[in-house]
Write a protein that binds this ligand. Structure first.
Ligand code: NAD
Length: 388
């Protein structure tokens, strides 16, 4: 009987694994099943664009039917509820699946750090649906303001100045002049805050690049509150550690991510942020029939610290898992995972960005934006997502 490979999650890691495995195997060798709760692949790193009306939703989601067309991958649209490692079974809302090999690529969840009221009263940016919610919410605030002219309607708070928070605040800043013009509201009546607990924005970026990003965003009217942890959120109010209260209808939280709870509940060995430990071949610690890829697991860098969970890492992990599964099915030797960090670029809204390519080349402005755009095109070409 051919082996059954079940892949959980059709994000960057899951899609690359499924396509890579299908490319190197035949339907006689392996039965590949890909499970995902949406019937499309989301370009999660681009979500800030539809959230701020810079792109349409359809530009950041690709139908899985298109990506998988002609490939021997069966797609199951369902929600994973539990993994039973002993029974080699995955429980779904609508049934269950047996596997010989499992690939867990379920991504990450929002980390709220137990901040009172944050989960209840903030929006997050982890899906196309959430991006649409943010966009329509902001538009609604502008539309309602003339009927109830309280400053809360025109005050927008993004909590967290990591990549997600900075890219979102930059794109919103770029959108504001258009919104103000359409609503006939002076720009100086609108307040856009970015609140960060650490003393500088963009953790992990070189100081000069972070400073450049801050300068560009300040010029676009972003009000920074750095070294100001959010300690509590109420409906329409953000409390900072300093005692300051920012009253706002729009509160968006980008303060951190943690591993997937399903992975924790399944009994995998995890670190405190819920990400699973894997060996050099990306097999889950103690479970050689389970491979992991993307944000739900971690690998260590040369300094012994986990690599940040980025799309480029997830894509490289997916490639490695596909290769190792293929080797396993064909009785060949597996290869170790060696991450190759090509650089990181943060968009600052419009066609502006800052970042680093390779170890030393720092870039900003349009060139940085172009580099980011090219890496996106390269990825789309890899998965066959360029053609409509
Ligand atoms: P993050 O953890 O990188 O940043 C969150 C920020 O929120 C931090 O600066 C943190 O200090 C701040 N914060 C935490 N608690 C706070 C509080 N109480 N008040 C105010 N600020 C607080 O989270 P992220 O930006 O969502 O990114 C998560 C991961 O995803 C990162 O590893 C990032 O590199 C990655 N990412 C990758 C891409 C990409 O691949 N292009 C895009 C976005 C994010």
């Amino acid at each position: 009987m051919n082996k059954r490979v079940v892949i959980l999650g059709a994000g960057y890691a899951g899609v690359v694994t499924a396509l890579g495995l299908a490319k190197e195997t035949t339907v006689q060798e392996v039965e590949i099943t890909l499970v995902n709760k949406y019937d499309y692949h989301q370009l999660v790193t681009q979500l800030y664009e539809p959230a701020a009306a810079a792109k349409r939703d359809t530009e950041v989601r690709i139908p899985l039917a298109r990506l998988l067309s002609g490939k021997h991958v069966r797609f199951v649209r369902d929600v994973v509820t539990k993994i039973d490692l002993q029974a080699k079974t995955v429980m779904l809302q609508g049934g269950e699946l047996q596997y010989d090999y499992l690939v867990v690529a379920l991504g990450s969840e929002t980390e709220y750090f137990g901040i009172p009221g944050m989960k209840e009263h903030s929006m997050t940016l982890k899906s196309v649906d959430e991006a649409r919610l943010i966009r329509t919410h902001i538009e609604r605030c502008f539309a309602e303001y003339p009927y109830d002219p309280r400053p809360e309607y025109l005050t927008f708070v993004v909590g967290g100045a990591g990549l997600t928070g900075i890219e979102l605040v930059g794109e919103i800043a770029n959108w504001l002049p258009r919104l103000c013009e359409e609503s006939n509201i002076p720009r100086d009546q609108v307040k856009l805050y970015n609140v960060e607990a650490m003393t500088s924005i963009l953790p992990g970026f070189d100081d000069d690049l972070a400073a450049k990003a801050e300068e560009v965003l300040r010029a676009k009217g972003v009000i920074f509150k750095v070294g100001s942890p959010i300690v509590q959120v109420e409906p329409e109010a953000v409390h900072l550690k300093s005692g300051e209260i920012i009253r706002a209808k729009t509160i968006i939280w980008t303060g951190g991510v943690r591993g997937n709870q399903i992975v924790v509940d399944a009994g995998f060995e995890t670190e405190p942020r819920g990400r699973a430990k894997v060996n050099e071949y990306l097999q889950a610690a103690g479970h050689e029939d389970v491979y992991m890829a993307g944000d739900c697991c971690f690998v260590l860098n040369e300094q012994g610290r986990p690599y940040p969970p980025t799309a480029q890492l997830a894509i490289q992990m997916g490639t490695c898992v596909a290769r190792n599964l293929c080797a396993e099915l064909k009785g060949q030797a597996k290869t170790s995972f060696t991450p190759k960090i090509l650089g990181t670029v943060a968009s600052l809204g419009g066609r502006d960005a800052v970042g680093k390519v390779g170890k030393n080349y720092k870039t900003s402005g349009r060139v940085a934006y172009l580099i980011k755009d090219l890496s996106q095109i390269r990825y789309l070409a890899k998965i066959g997502g360029l053609m409509k």
